[in-house]
Ligand binder design. Structure first.
Ligand code: ADP
Ligand code: ADP
Length: 224
């Protein structure tokens, strides 16, 4: 079943003004449950804009975002926020973990926000950390972790609420090649265990080739 359908998405910034930029020009993309799609795009192609729309952070001018079969394009902010919190996980180039909290707490907090009990949330956090090879690192704060370890904690946080969709914006882009490779492997193992749909932007063509499908974005359009 499709988890995400982007239909004829178009977006222009500064419409009618001197700085007008047509960022997306008719994007059609369907991502099935269990499918991991690589999004490969030169800088400025509209990759972040596309991911923000897929994650219900931004709205298109025209076209539709369909999530689990429901058109969510014009839902109000509250409904979009609830879907984003419960159904979408985000990972970025930088981990954005809360520096004053441990790895476990960083994975627990979004679960508490979604109404999970502390006991359940801690169990889930430990289970996820174990899956990415960080059993025993749970009490470390982000500054006490290596870049690759912190990034793996961020993956656990993104999956903590059991999302249907994972969106990644260069999630290994800040790591050296060997670490990037290893961390990407940990991410794929996590994702493969859940059957969720994922769209992961990367400049790394070797990593892209390890995903199920490669989609190229150029000048706001998907190109063959
Ligand atoms: P990418 O992630 O592929 O680098 P973006 O989606 O961030 O591309 O941006 C695509 C284009 O849109 C760029 O030319 C960028 O400068 C422009 N852009 C992005 N956000 C805005 C904005 N809020 N206002 C105006 N222009 C923007
Ligand atoms: P990058 O590393 O690609 O530049 P950043 O991690 O710096 O991206 O920025 C993250 C983006 O996510 C910002 O543009 C921000 O607007 C957006 N964002 C806003 N709210 C949320 C949220 N609740 N969850 C995830 N991302 C969010």
């Amino acid at each position: 079943d499709p988890v995400l359908q982007l239909q004829k998405l178009a977006k222009t910034y500064n419409a009618g003004l001197p700085g007008e930029v047509q960022v997306l020009r008719g994007i059609d993309l369907t991502v099935q449950a269990g499918e991991v799609v690589a999004l490969v795009a030169p800088s400025g192609a509209g990759k972040s804009t596309l991911l923000h729309m897929a994650g219900l952070l931004d709205q298109p001018d025209t076209g539709a975002v369909v999530f689990n079969g429901t058109d969510v394009t014009r839902l109000n902010d509250h409904k979009r926020t609830v879907i984003r919190r419960d159904e979408v996980g985000f990972i970025y180039q930088f981990h954005h973990l809360l520096p004053e909290f441990s790895a476990v707490e960083n994975i627990v907090l979004p679960q508490l926000a979604a109404g999970t009990s502390r006991k359940m949330a801690e169990g889930k956090a430990l289970d996820l950390l174990d899956k990415v090879g960080l059993k025993g690192r749970g009490l470390h704060r982000p500054a006490e972790l290596s870049g690759g370890e912190a990034q793996r904690v961020a993956f656990c946080r993104a999956l903590a609420n059991g999302p249907r969709l994972l969106l990644g914006d260069e999630p290994t882009g800040n790591l050296d090649p060997a670490t990037s490779d290893q961390v990407f492997g940990a991410l794929m193992d996590l994702v493969r265990g859940t059957g969720l749909a994922a769209v992961i932007a990367t400049h790394n063509l070797e990593l892209a080739a390890r995903m199920d499908r490669v989609v190229r974005l150029d000048a706001g359009q998907i190109v063959p």
